[in-house]
Design a protein around this ligand. Structure first.
Ligand SMILES: C[S@@+](CC[C@H](N)C(=O)[O-])C[C@H]1O[C@@H](n2cnc3c(N)ncnc32)[C@H](O)[C@@H]1O
Length: 279
């Protein structure tokens, strides 16, 4: 009995002593995180996978950590600039316990930012107007980057006799829907569909026409790949959104059968903007 009592006492002493030493060694560690100003929603921040409470363009993470020891942090921001775009931006840093650090997540990172735009379909008559603007012919392979339900692949083939269609979408459910529609249209042998992030597309050399409806953020990121890899004379038509600072060859507005106006942009690879002559 006496031995057991001594053992418990010794354990308590060891635990108490180590706690005391650890407490002595710990210090406040502070990471200040700068995030973009509120867009559609307040930016959400996570530190090592855990939500950090707070609002506004500056968030503060505090922890009591062993002084001088290295700690790794993955800081993530979910940014919603508008009601259709979600951007995930992150940085990894190592901070010593007791130090202060600053992380700036307001700056775009073309290498690691993940950008996803939600599905909003382009009306059939507007797809037709896009095909007319792109002058789709029977020798054309048409791509839709962010293809949704495949409307921008089915109509160019059905109405404009395009040779082939290729669609990529990040959402597997959209690809299932696209495949159903392609099957209904009996175009399985002419349209290839795959799940993927269009920001991983490296080469668009086999496209004659690219039709897109993807938002300004995705467009800006995709622009260098299209400019660098598409063949001279290939056409890109975008519903509403631009491709960063690449000036369109032509911009036009069409009225839909729904009564709304739609802005469409055309780029002809290798050609400069067509200036309108003054009367
Ligand atoms: C605005 S919808 C356009 C759909 C179709 N092109 C149309 O105009 O009817 C955008 C589509 O792009 C897809 N998408 C969004 N971000 C993407 C990404 N990073 N990579 C591939 N597809 C993406 C969405 O799942 C959605 O289906």
């Amino acid at each position: 009995m006496k031995t057991a009592f001594r053992l418990v006492l010794a354990c308590l002493l060891v635990v108490g002593l180590s706690n005391f030493v650890l407490a002595q060694d710990k210090a406040n560690t502070v990471i200040t995180i700068l995030v973009p100003e509120k867009g559609q929603e307040e930016t959400k921040v996570k530190v090592n996978g855990k939500k950090l409470k707070g609002e506004g363009d500056t968030r503060v993470f505090k922890a009591s950590l062993v002084k001088g020891k290295d700690y790794k942090f993955k800081i993530e921001a979910l940014i919603e600039p508008n009601n259709y775009t979600k951007i995930t931006r992150y940085k990894e840093i190592t901070v010593k316990g007791g130090d202060k650090a600053k992380v700036d997540l307001t700056v775009k990172n073309p290498k690691t930012d993940k950008i996803v735009v939600r599905w909003v379909p382009t009306p059939d008559d507007i797809v037709d107007a896009m095909c007319k603007l792109a002058k789709v012919t029977k020798s054309d392979t048409v791509y839709d980057l962010g293809c949704g339900d495949a409307v921008m692949l089915i109509r160019p083939i059905q109405k404009f006799n395009a040779k082939k269609g290729v669609g990529i979408d990040i959402d597997p459910k959209m690809i299932v829907k696209a495949k159903e529609n392609v099957k209904k249209a009996k175009l399985e042998n002419k349209i290839d569909l795959r799940v993927g992030d269009i920001l991983n597309v490296k080469d668009m050399a086999d496209a004659d026409v690219v039709l897109i409806y993807i938002g300004d953020d995705l467009g800006e990121r995709l622009s260098p790949v299209l400019q660098r890899t598409m063949k001279r004379g290939a056409r890109i038509v975008s519903h509403r959104f631009l491709l960063g600072s690449w000036t369109p060859t032509k911009t036009t507005t069409v009225k839909g059968t729904d009564g709304f106006e739609y802005e469409l942009h055309l780029w002809i690879v290798g050609e400069k903007k067509v200036e309108k002559k003054k009367q």
